[in-house]
Write a protein that binds this ligand. Structure first.
Ligand SMILES: [Zn+2]
Length: 73
């Protein structure tokens, strides 16, 4: 796995750090892992996550995720 694959590819992208932090708090409230938000140097947006390779939770949340393409059709 490259750093790009573990820290960016397939992860939810947030336009602002505030959005990413809000999502991280929501996941935590739902009993998920304690994610943190971080700026991505590959796409220049923000993601939430913890350790590389542990991002699968983001794709399986019952409340879904939103992607950049949804915000900018
Ligand atoms: Zn990224």
């Amino acid at each position: 796995m490259t750093e790009y694959e573990t820290s960016c590819l397939g992860k939810t992208r947030f336009l602002t750090r505030q959005d990413a932090r809000r999502r991280a708090r929501q996941i935590r409230r739902e009993g998920g892992p304690h994610f943190r938000s971080y700026p991505c140097r590959f796409c220049d947006l923000f993601h939430v996550g913890n350790l590389p390779g542990h991002a699968s939770h983001l794709r399986t949340t019952p409340h879904g995720v939103y992607h950049l393409k949804d915000l900018n059709p």
